[in-house]
Design a protein around this ligand. Structure first.
Ligand SMILES: Nc1ncnc2c1ncn2[C@@H]1O[C@H](COP(=O)(O)OP(=O)(O)O)[C@@H](O)[C@H]1O
Ligand SMILES: [Mg+2]
Length: 337
């Protein structure tokens, strides 16, 4: 095969938090590849290590407690592990942009949104204040904010949550990043606004040609936006596959459980089967069960699952699963729309 190298390639990422009493492993051996122009979704319940993984890649964890190691973090052919702090700062917000769940905490309340976007433009490009403000208005227009030329002068608190998230996207995209890392960018929004923001991200991705690492706990959102999916559980990737395979042939019982807990969009509320909830809760990194971390919650767990951590095993082209019993477990045939 003669495939272009991925835009971002991460091999065996490990992140530990050093505390006074103990050191815990929040990300344990994560490997991901993000290809050019594609959206990779990192999905898993809250606490599975998604945010820590992305912050580790971007070197944004507090070095006093977070220890990051990896065999390789290569972006555009360059070794990010060898970059200085100053070089990383130049990459962040320029080549790689980020947006987070709560725009209010990322926007400064005392500056207008136009000033803040213009500031982001000027940080990375040599532009006069006037040119930068014009660019800010163009960006607001691009992300679908009406009357953008006027809206550059409003303050974040004068906008709705959906509008603020659009501002965050505008800020992230003003430097034409090659990769956008979006960590739960729609989680705080109601479903209608969420759908609009996802649609906007898809459109902009096609226009700009960037790749997206989309972090979410919500498989409904994954279906809307992802090309490929990595499912994380307790700090480890437990399944990765193209999005169709995740929905049609999920192999990991954890993925199957997550799928059963998503409401079906092709049914009216009164036709919904009662929603499934995976029993129990995700273990904290300091109390990981022996063997497969998911076994205490797994309906298919057997003695062997308690013994050792399964390897990621190839089940098909581009599809891997961390479950020793995947061959014996029937994949659910129902396909959520
Ligand atoms: N600064 C930190 N110090 C210690 N533990 C942390 C820190 N940040 C996150 N963790 C732990 O790492 C695990 C993964 O967290 P996180 O990546 O935020 O999960 P997710 O984004 O998937 O919801 C959690 O158990 C969390 O408590
Ligand atoms: Mg998170």
């Amino acid at each position: 095969m003669n495939e272009a190298p991925p835009l971002l390639s991460v091999r065996n990422l490990r992140t530990h938090f050093v505390g006074e009493e103990e050191t815990v492993c929040a990300v344990d051996g994560l490997s991901i590849d993000i290809r050019r122009g594609e959206t990779l979704a990192l999905v898993g319940e809250s606490g599975s290590g998604k945010s820590v993984a992305s912050l580790s890649i971007m070197r944004l964890l507090d070095p006093a407690s977070g220890r990051v190691a990896a065999d390789e973090i290569v972006f555009e052919g360059e070794d990010l592990l060898a970059k200085s702090e100053a070089e990383m700062r130049a990459i962040r917000g320029n080549e790689i942009a980020m947006i987070f769940q709560e725009p209010m905490t990322s926007l400064n309340p005392v500056y207008t949104v136009g000033e803040q976007i213009a500031e982001a433009v000027r940080l990375h490009q040599d532009a006069s204040p006037k040119v930068a403000l014009r660019r800010a208005a163009e960006m607001l227009d691009l992300v679908g904010i009406p009357e953008a030329a006027k809206r550059v002068h409003v303050f974040p608190h004068e906008m709705s949550g959906g509008m603020r998230q659009r501002v965050m996207i505008a800020m992230a995209l003003c430097c034409n990043p090659k990769l956008l890392i979006a960590d739960e960018p729609t989680t705080a929004l109601d479903v209608t606004i969420q759908a609009q923001i996802l649609e906007l991200m898809r459109t902009l991705q096609q226009q700009i040609g960037m790749s997206i690492l989309f972090i979410t706990h919500d498989l409904g959102v994954v279906a809307e936006i992802a090309d490929r999916v990595v499912v994380m559980y307790a700090g480890r990737a437990v399944e990765d596959a193209p999005v169709e395979a995740i929905f049609e042939q999920p192999r990991m019982p954890y993925t199957q459980g997550l799928l059963r807990s998503v409401p079906r969009v092709d049914r009216f509320a009164d036709e919904q089967e009662p929603l499934y909830a995976i029993p129990g809760s995700i273990p904290s990194p300091s109390r990981l069960p022996k063997g497969c971390s998911f076994h205490p919650r797994c309906p298919h767990a057997a003695e062997i699952c308690r013994r050792s951590v399964p390897e990621l095993e190839r089940v098909a082209q581009d599809h891997h699963v961390r479950c020793v019993r995947w061959r014996e477990i029937e994949a659910p045939r129902e396909v959520p729309a």
